[in-house]
Design a protein around this ligand. Structure first.
Ligand SMILES: [Fe+2]
Length: 320
């Protein structure tokens, strides 16, 4: 059986090279946990109360993708990245060799990893974890019915949309080149694509979506959005409609990005950041060298879709 599994799902690992394999866990604070519970459960996520905060899961998946705690304001508190167990000593040696100061885990963090700060001061963890990033391009559905059979449900019978996994996060940074350098040299992520010093997308070397984390320039760090993978464009539209029905109608979509190629709809959360329904993002297999490029922003933001809200890239975490 093990052998069969091995044949079906080969180990996704680039031999000999050191790099994190997954975006393992996010953590941020918000002033009102009840609002967060309503927003993320309406979005189709499983929200569990744990230790005074909320843990976020996707239906049918055992992995905890992140947690939300109560704080005076919305603030990105830390990001954990997953690594293979036998790579952890090598990461420790690399961090020491680069003379990066290790820090204690933030209060409340469950940790087995190495903690440090990125150039913006955000705590980062490299921890041992199961690979939660996909080992192959995620399936994409475009379901139809046979002639003579109605395909769409009535609007009162919309099925609930259930995201399959956390796809990526976009965070604000003061300095894009510095972020690319740090996340490349320390975590072993690779640049997928960028638009000058405005935005950059990075992937893992052990099989990863086009981006597991991306950076957008701002005057301060912060969380811009969490992206959740769904299997179809229909799910994106359905999710957006369900959120609008529940009072979360602000956002941006439906559209298609250029860098990453994913279809999207962003739903604005109660704190001015976003949760993204995403589908059919480009995938970078183990061993594939993605030809990263520097693209003019006006030609690489989105192929089609409505005009984005004016404050789409505004960092409300930096506002006084
Ligand atoms: Fe995204």
């Amino acid at each position: 059986m093990t052998q069969i599994r091995h044949l079906v799902r080969p180990m996704q690992r680039r031999p000999g090279e050191l790099g994190v394999h997954s975006l393992d866990r996010f953590n941020f604070s918000v002033p009102d946990l009840a609002q967060a519970q309503k927003f993320y459960s309406s979005f189709g996520l499983e929200v569990k109360e744990q230790g005074g905060g909320l843990e976020i899961y996707t239906s049918g998946h055992p992995h905890c993708w992140g947690s939300v705690v109560e704080g005076s304001r919305k603030k990105l508190r830390y990001i954990s990245f997953g690594a293979f167990e036998d790579d952890l000593p090598r990461f420790r040696a690399r961090v020491d060799q680069l003379r990066i100061t290790r820090i204690d885990p933030p209060v409340g963090a469950h940790s087995n990893g190495i903690w440090l700060r990125d150039p913006d001061g955000t705590p980062i963890e490299i921890r041992v974890a199961e690979k939660s990033s996909p080992n192959e391009k995620s399936s994409f559905e475009n379901l139809s019915t046979a002639p003579g059979v109605q395909s769409a449900p009535s609007s009162s019978k919309k099925p609930i949309v259930r995201p399959r996994r956390l796809a990526h996060m976009l965070v604000f940074t003061r300095d894009i080149p510095q972020a690319i350098k740090f996340y490349g040299e320390v975590l072993g992520l690779r640049l997928s694509d960028r638009s000058g010093d405005m935005i950059a997308f990075m992937h893992g070397i052990h099989g990863s979506d086009h981006h597991m984390i991306a950076f957008v320039k701002s005057e301060a760090p912060g969380l811009h959005h969490l992206s959740w993978d769904v299997p179809s464009i229909n799910d994106i539209g359905m999710g957006a409609m369900i959120m609008a029905d529940k009072g979360f109608s602000a956002g941006w979509g439906l559209g298609r990005h250029v860098l990453g190629s994913n279809y999207f709809h962003y739903v604005r959360d109660p704190w001015g950041s976003y949760a993204e329904y995403s589908s059919d993002i480009d995938y970078i297999p183990v061993g594939h060298e993605w030809p990263n490029g520097d693209h003019p922003p006006e030609d690489s933001f989105y192929v089609w879709g409505p005009v984005p809200p004016r404050d789409f890239a505004f960092n409300y975490e930096a506002a006084p």
